[in-house]
Ligand binder design. Structure first.
Ligand code: DGJ
Length: 469
């Protein structure tokens, strides 16, 4: 590669004069460095064919600058206890960080830090004045009936017909138990919870829009099965709201997707059935509706080793016989897809059950790939917090209308010992940097924009954000 050759060149210089040789090569190195920098600079500042100037910082909204401040977080871990449960010891062998180890310890002295109690709950009905509209990642979040919001592994639909946001997710307000000694912690299916909001902060409970089946043990939605990560999109042609979700049995061996439809965003949804997409296993999944109306299913497959992506049929009720395998052998799950200025982005997590792990951001010019991994998008906090995605796992990325390049990253801070008490970690996600396409390489390196998820203990959307739509 050109860059490597540049760096190799000086080693081939013959030099006899000791230190003079060093200064000669230093001059050559500097010259080469300057040339390279000039090359980079002129590439960044050249105009696109279409006359669009490449921007170094894509996020031009002064309202968001404050949210792009790097906020540190010090979490003082207590000294390691002499004796930990066998399960904790096993986790240590799996090389979880001390922070994750502490987080997973039900008896941790930091429990109140990871899962703050009722007295600090976000209560949009009660809170007025200065604290209005503030998100506090990890705190209990109450709906307008003052009950904790139950919309885990969820996603948001903006309904243009009613100018309302609908948040759908797993309603997990039941007992956490293990079906088998070695099985994952679980809550029986209750259904898909739905909440509506105009401001993305005050949420009204619209009820369970797809309920568990109580009697028929052969039904996909029978309570002892699994329903996870429901996502809803609107089909402009059929005028139906279409829900896709992960459907499984108690041992996660069914590995399928379920589909349901409704005439209204607040349900009820009619369950149509499940399938193994393209004939393959499907566990964590999401859907993405593109600007041209084509929708895609993105799912972890092949024992979670590979992510599959494929377009849906026009009515969104099935899949086309087209599928691409991406991140082969990389074991990614919890996909959340979004788009900015023609580029597709995805956030994924690793596969560690309910335990947090490191998020990765990915980018592609076509949703079907090839996808390239950009790295860990988390900014701020501290290193251990960042490599644990702020103790949460991705579920959805919501674009903020009127603020191109600004999104809300939605994640779940799972509480494996009491899943109903899992928390929401919402943070600003900003796409910033050159808005290049990879055809415009700098020294053959594609210039993707940077995807950053900024940690904040408390934050709010810029005032009047909704009027920018
Ligand atoms: C990780 C997934 O992301 C969750 O949705 C859930 O399936 C858990 N695994 C179950 O252990």
């Amino acid at each position: 590669m050109r860059m490597r050759n540049l760096y190799r060149k000086p080693t081939t210089l013959r030099c006899n004069a000791g230190s003079r040789c060093y200064s000669a090569s230093a001059v050559i190195w500097s010259l080469l460095g300057c040339l390279l920098l000039f090359h980079l600079y002129s590439n960044i500042h050249h105009k696109h064919g279409e006359g669009r100037e490449v921007q170094l910082r894509a996020s031009n909204h002064p309202q968001f600058r404050e949210l792009q401040q790097v906020e540190e977080e010090i979490i003082q871990l207590p000294p390691q206890k002499g004796k930990r449960s066998p399960r904790a010891a096993k986790r240590r062998h799996k090389r979880v960080t001390p922070l994750v180890d502490e987080f997973l310890d039900e008896d941790s002295r930091l429990r109140h830090v990871f899962f703050p109690g009722n007295n600090s709950a976000i209560d949009p009905v009660k809170v007025t004045g200065n604290d209005s509209y503030y998100y506090y990642p990890g705190r209990i979040w109450l709906d307008t009936d003052r009950n904790p919001i139950q919309a885990h592994g969820g996603g948001i639909l903006y309904d243009e017909r009613s100018n309302t946001y609908f948040w759908y997710g797993e309603y997990k307000d039941g007992l956490t138990y293990r079906a088998h000694k070695r099985g994952a912690a679980r809550v029986d299916i209750i259904g898909v919870g739905c909440y509506s909001s105009k401001d993305l902060w005050t949420w009204k409970n619209e009820g369970i829009v797809l309920a568990a089946e109580e009697m028929n043990g052969t039904h996909d939605l029978y309570k002892s099965n699994v329903l996870e990560r429901p996502k809803v999109i609107f089909n402009d042609k059929t005028r139906k709201y279409v829900m896709w979700m992960h459907i499984d049995d108690v041992n996660y061996t069914k590995a399928a997707v379920g589909i349901a439809i409704s005439d209204t965003p607040d349900g009820p949804f009619e369950y149509l059935g499940s399938q193994r997409p393209h004939g393959y296993e499907s566990r964590d999944m999401t859907v993405f509706k593109d600007e041209d109306g084509v929708a895609y299913l993105i799912y972890s497959s092949e024992e979670n080793n590979v992510l599959h992506i494929g377009p849906m049929t026009e009515d969104y009720l099935n899949l086309m016989p087209v599928m691409r395998r991406v991140f082969v052998g990389q074991r990614r799950e919890a996909p959340a897809v979004f788009k900015h200025q023609g580029t597709y982005y995805m956030i994924t997590s690793g596969c560690t059950g309910w335990a947090p792990n490191e998020a990765l951001a990915h980018a592609a010019e076509s949703i079907l790939g090839p996808w390239e991994t950009l790295g860990n998008p988390c900014v701020g906090g501290n290193k251990m917090f960042r490599i644990a995605t702020f103790l949460a796992q991705s579920t959805f990325v919501l674009p903020l209308p009127g603020f191109s390049g600004s999104f809300i990253f939605m994640a779940d801070r799972w509480n494996p010992s009491d899943l109903r008490d899992s928390r929401y970690v919402w943070l600003p996600l900003i796409v910033e940097g050159p808005t290049h396409h990879s055809s415009e390489y700098i020294s053959r390196l594609p210039l993707w924009s940077r995807v950053s998820i900024y940690w904040h203990r408390k934050w709010r959307l810029p005032q009047g954000w909704s009027t920018f739509k």
